[in-house]
Design a protein around this ligand. Structure first.
Ligand code: ADP
Length: 363
């Protein structure tokens, strides 16, 4: 059978374990040898106990766990060719020529680069007599299938990334909990949520919690946002509402790209309306807890599809990323999606918010 390795890299997210589990079980079911690579690319570079064969039961009892049981890391070594050379040797030693990478756009970019270099890495290993000619021929092509694990939902080509739905649940639970206490005391509360330069979490959280105002990165507020905010809050209180909810995305800015923080928003409200105002920064709570049913199923389906993609790959197959399109797990060209994602990020950094929204909408 083929040798497949699965690893998680970059930031963790809920549902990664479901994906790992699906890769292991689908791989074994199809007669493959499946390996875990622990601690992301670092485990691939270091080898040894960080690369171990998985069996059916090694992924029992993990589907309900948040994070990733095989560990994730950022790895400087893999950014250097010497690190990738070591990683190639570790893979060939174990007969692994299929990689399932679960991570963000950085991790997927690294995988693509690794594949482009694969031939020359094997040539170098052959010249150094670290592998033999038979291995050079047998393991000549490396196949890659990616999946996106991220709570931010910031990847082009997929309707949802693995972890977003669970993070939303955490946010909504937290808002619901705070609403009760805020209601009792007629308070205004401001909640800062994650998402980097993607407003998905903030906007959906605002819509589903009846928030009065939301600051999201792609749609900076008008110049006179302070006045509009205060007018809105005052109007709500005057009409009998006992609490106000404001959601601020961690990546929110004004039209000039200057950050708008929860503390700034609080100051505007206290200075102008003198309302009892509290800030809650959810932080890593959003990445925590158990994955939602949606993320478990998403991980399962994507993991199974990733293995199918690797099974069907031949010498000429390009790396793919498994994404969600409607209710279907589909395969898309990996680098095309990464490039679109980067184009959106670039548009955001250069404050071209309309372009960012347009680019994201097209994917
Ligand atoms: P994410 O995958 O969540 O976007 P990072 O951008 O930190 O997170 O990438 C995770 C890891 O992937 C890095 O620590 C590095 O080991 C590897 N990586 C990222 N970009 C590259 C690259 N251009 N070349 C080689 N490896 C990379």
């Amino acid at each position: 059978g083929k040798g497949i390795a699965v690893f998680t890299s970059g930031g963790d997210s809920q549902g990664m374990n479901a994906a790992v589990r699906a890769v292991v079980r689908m791989g074994i079911y199809l007669g493959c040898k499946v390996y875990f690579i622990k601690e992301g690319y670092q485990g691939m570079v270091d080898g040894g106990e960080n690369m171990v064969e998985a069996n059916w039961s090694s992924v029992s009892c993990i589907i309900h766990k948040g994070g990733t049981i095989i560990g994730s890391a950022r790895c400087q070594d893999f950014r250097e060719r010497q690190g990738r050379l070591k990683a190639a040797k570790n893979l060939v030693d174990r007969g692994i020529t299929n990689l399932v990478v679960i991570g963000g756009d950085g991790s997927l970019t690294g995988a693509d680069l690794f594949r482009q270099e694969w031939s020359s890495l094997l040539d170098e290993l052959l010249a150094m007599k670290q592998i033999n000619a038979e291995q050079r021929q047998k393991y000549r092509s490396l196949h890659i299938a990616g999946m996106v694990g991220s709570i931010d939902n910031d990847f082009c080509g997929t309707d949802m990334t693995i972890g977003t739905d669970s993070a939303l649940h955490r946010i909504i639970e937290a808002i619901d909990a705070i609403v009760c206490t805020a209601y009792s005391h007629q308070r205004t509360f401001i909640m800062e949520v994650m998402g980097r330069h993607c407003g998905y979490l903030s906007v959906v959280a605002a819509l589903t919690s009846e928030a009065d105002f939301v600051f999201c990165p792609e749609s900076p507020p008008p110049e006179d946002w302070q006045k509009r905010l205060c007018d809105k809050l005052e109007q709500e209180r005057n009409s009998g509402q006992r609490l106000n909810i404001i959601i601020v995305s961690e990546g929110a800015t004004d039209r000039n790209g200057q950050p708008i923080t929860a503390e700034q928003v609080k100051k505007v409200i206290v200075d102008n309306l003198n309302q009892d105002t509290r800030v809650t920064v959810l932080g890593h709570v959003q990445r925590g807890g158990s994955p939602s049913a949606f993320d478990r199923i998403l991980g399962c389906r994507m993991g199974a599809e990733a293995v199918m993609a690797l099974m069907e790959a031949d010498d000429n197959t390009e790396p793919c990323v498994v994404t969600l399109d409607g209710n279907q797990a589909i395969r898309l060209p990996l680098m095309e999606c990464v490039k679109k994602t980067k184009a959106v990020a670039d548009a955001m950094h250069s404050k071209n918010f309309e372009l960012a929204v347009e680019l994201r909408g097209k994917s």
